[in-house]
Design a protein around this ligand. Structure first.
Ligand code: GLU
Length: 720
């Protein structure tokens, strides 16, 4: 009997071990945690210290943040990332005559490279836990808005002190667990980034929005940029005298690629996940916020597409914005479908019920944690009540350029009167130039007819808000008149009188006191002044809400740990993370199985000649001639294009290097499958799959299609 029991235990244990070795895990692991992962037993063939070594060089030194993620692939600062990550910069450099979006961009040598406007490359230098210092300002029983402000102020002080001690570096404090743990990161920002090679849209965006968030995929979503520094090696703004940056570490490229079942891992800067939030948050997202935003984006996209018809110069202005909106819209629709499919809210509610039962079993637990879930519920109920009001206020500034310009100018004037550390982050000395840069980039793509239509729609929506949620500045302009006519008159007058569409005027407005600003007599600045008290009031509400939730979520994690007897990893927060898994297909629906590697054959199958399924004739010729060179997969007898794997990723992981068991580059992550869009709320090994462009396709296109041999030589893939 004893022996049988022992055999059973051994059997169960081996199964568990087997599962642990073949199955990927949920987890965007902070780099400080990866030593806990036993990565070698999961398939890694190098020492984990080669990935992260706080005492020396390691792979993480090759990974940068360039909007999303990128990595160095040569000693001369060459960066590989996604086509869609470089997109904004490519658009900013494009004109009707030099349409780099359509035709791609190729620098035949270093001197032909052009600035990637608005791009920086952020390198992680070091990090340390500062939770105690940050939380030292929190007092028991503190008012929640005060709590949020005290934490913000303390974080600003830590950042200022760190930057003072580390000249030329930037410090940022990341909240790991809400209201609980904080890590101080020190970064180097490289400011002179240039475009090197960007394939044409028909490769880099092949499949467009139809294929976005989908598998099987055939998009060549990659591009090359290069980082430059001043002649003395320090970070510097663009200058022709600058020299290529020499990274401490660059990735080795593996032109042989990967096969199904191979172990892979990714390093990168995933943006945001919400796995530690409760059912109340998820229900709010599912029932209120995401459907509203998805519809609002769809509406804006249709306006912009209409405006773009028949005029390429106007279309170019809208391209990047349409792409961003469509991307989020489809992501949200995927999430909404997924939430229903897996009944996530219901599942969370069950988990919370079990947790509540656990709490109720013990008087001490009950005293400490008994009403957490109820309190969180109350906060989301209140948020629901004025959801549309908050959404309109939010999108009024985000979607209408003129409100964005006018409001930023007005807020800057108020904030600049305060001491640096007391200002809102966007107006602090360390950030104000970035705020101005963002405004200028937006202004480059400003198109008045679109802006007018969007403002009109926003005002019409605001005019229908319930009585207790009115926006007084908007009510004032409507008064007793017919709202539609009043809105039309307002729009006609403001757009004909404003000068905020002139860069110089806008920049001048950003350097004024409130009194001086008034003298500029710009209708959008005056309107912003009217809106200001409403936004201030909302900010207070949101800070109080955050303060309350921070406290509650922090306690929730504590009691969940007690209940489930396990540790958790923090949600993604734009800090460096590792995730691992395998090249692996999946089953999206009954009786359907998707293989994990696509090839150029699929491009040919999908090609219709019509955008977004048009393929450059040269690529078709290369395919017909079977001119695959060394990039042909011996098993697939073609060039692999995209790969699928079961790691844990989200937005921000765009451009993440996909590395093989030896830590060599085999792909560039760029997307997830439609089912995996709910990753942000819950990861599952059944549906969580991420997508990369295969390095063999990157190299094949770069060499055979682009004719850019020098890049392959630079990456040591071709002999020099
Ligand atoms: N394609 C995604 C995006 O553009 C990035 C990667 C992901 O979210 O999986 O947001």
């Amino acid at each position: 009997m004893k022996k049988r029991f022992f055999t059973l235990i051994v059997f169960i244990f081996s199964i568990a071990l087997l599962i642990a070795t073949v199955v990927a895990d949920e987890g965007m692991w902070p780099i400080s945690e990866i030593h806990k992962l036993a990565l070698r037993s999961k398939g890694l063939e190098i020492s984990p210290e080669k990935i992260f070594n706080p005492k020396g060089l390691s792979l993480i030194d090759a990974v940068v943040q360039v909007g999303a993620t990128g990595s160095f692939v040569s000693q001369n600062g060459l960066i590989i990332t996604n086509h869609h990550v470089a997109y904004g910069a490519v658009q900013a450099a494009s004109t009707k005559e030099k349409d780099y979006i359509k035709h791609g961009f190729l620098a035949r040598n270093r001197f032909e490279e052009i600035p990637a406007k608005g791009r920086t490359a952020r390198i992680t230098e070091s990090y340390r836990d500062v939770s105690d210092a940050v939380l030292s300002v929190v007092k028991e029983g503190m008012d929640f808005a005060k709590r949020t402000k005290a934490l913000e102020k303390k974080i600003k002080e830590i950042v200022a002190e760190t930057e003072r001690k580390n000249p030329g570096k930037r410090a940022e404090v990341a909240e790991m667990f809400s209201g609980k743990t904080y890590v101080l990161f020190i970064y180097t920002y490289l400011k002179d980034i240039r475009l090197v090679y960007v394939p044409p849209r028909s490769i880099g965006e092949f499949g467009g929005e139809v294929d976005n968030w989908m598998w099987p995929r055939h998009t060549g979503d990659f591009s090359f940029m290069r980082a430059y520094v001043g002649p003395d090696g320090s970070s510097a703004e663009y200058s022709p005298e600058n020299v290529p940056f020499h990274p401490k570490k660059f990735l080795k490229v593996a032109p042989e690629g990967v096969d199904e079942g191979d172990f892979v891992f990714l390093l990168g800067y995933p943006g945001r996940t919400y796995r530690h939030r409760t059912s109340h948050f998820l229900a709010f997202e599912e029932e209120v916020r995401m459907p509203y935003v998805a519809d609002w984006y769809a509406w804006q996209i249709s306006v912009m597409e209409k405006m773009s018809e028949g005029d390429r110069a106007v279309a170019i202005k809208h391209l990047s914005r349409i792409k961003g909106l469509s991307n989020t819209m489809k992501n949200y629709r995927g999430k909404l479908k997924g939430l229903k499919r897996v009944r996530l809210v219901e599942r969370k509610r069950k988990e919370e019920k079990a947790l509540q039962n656990f709490i109720e079993t013990d008087e001490n637990l009950k005293a400490e944690y008994g009403n957490i879930l109820e309190e969180i519920d109350k906060i989301y109920t209140q948020r629901r009540e004025q959801a549309e009001y908050e959404l309109i206020l939010d999108y009024l500034r985000r979607s209408v350029n003129m409100i964005y310009f006018g409001y930023t100018a007005y807020e800057a004037a108020v904030e600049l009167q305060k001491k640096d550390l007391e200002r809102e982050s966007a107006y602090m000395d360390r950030n104000f130039h970035l705020t101005k840069e963002r405004l200028q980039l937006t202004l480059r793509n400003y198109y008045e007819p679109t802006d007018k239509v969007i403002l009109k729609e926003m005002l019409k929506r605001a005019a229908h808000l319930p009585k207790n949620q009115r926006i007084s500045a908007i009510d004032n302009l409507i008064q007793d008149a017919n709202p539609e006519n009043a809105i039309d008159d307002f729009i006609k007058k403001t757009y004909s009188e404003t000068r905020l569409n002139e860069t110089q005027f806008l920049m001048e407005a950003l350097a004024k006191s409130p009194q001086e600003l008034k003298k500029m007599k710009d209708p959008f600045i005056d309107f912003a002044e009217g809106l200001y008290p409403t936004y201030q009031k909302l900010k207070e509400v949101q800070k109080a809400r955050k303060g309350a939730l921070d406290k509650l979520y922090s306690k929730l994690i504590d009691v969940k740990k007690k209940f489930l007897k396990k540790d958790f990893i923090p949600d993604a927060n734009k800090t460096l993370r590792l995730t691992f898994g395998r090249i692996r297909g999946y089953q999206p629906a009954d009786a359907v199985y998707y293989k994990p590697i696509t090839t150029v054959n699929g491009i040919i199958e999908k090609t219709t000649g019509e955008e977004p399924f048009d393929t450059p004739p040269k690529l078709m010729d290369l395919f017909r001639a079977k001119d695959f060179g060394r990039f042909e997969s011996p098993t697939l007898k073609s060039v692999p294009v995209c790969i699928l794997y079961d790691t844990d990723t989200t937005g921000g992981n765009s451009g993440s290097p996909v590395l093989n068991a030896r830590g060599e580059l085999v792909g560039i992550n760029f997307d997830r499958t439609y089912e995996a869009t709910i990753n942000d709320f819950a990861w599952s090994e059944d549906y969580s799959r991420s997508i990369a462009v295969d390095i063999r396709y990157v190299l094949w296109v770069t060499q055979k299609f682009g004719g850019v041999d020098y890049l392959l030589k630079e990456m040591n893939v071709l002999n020099k």
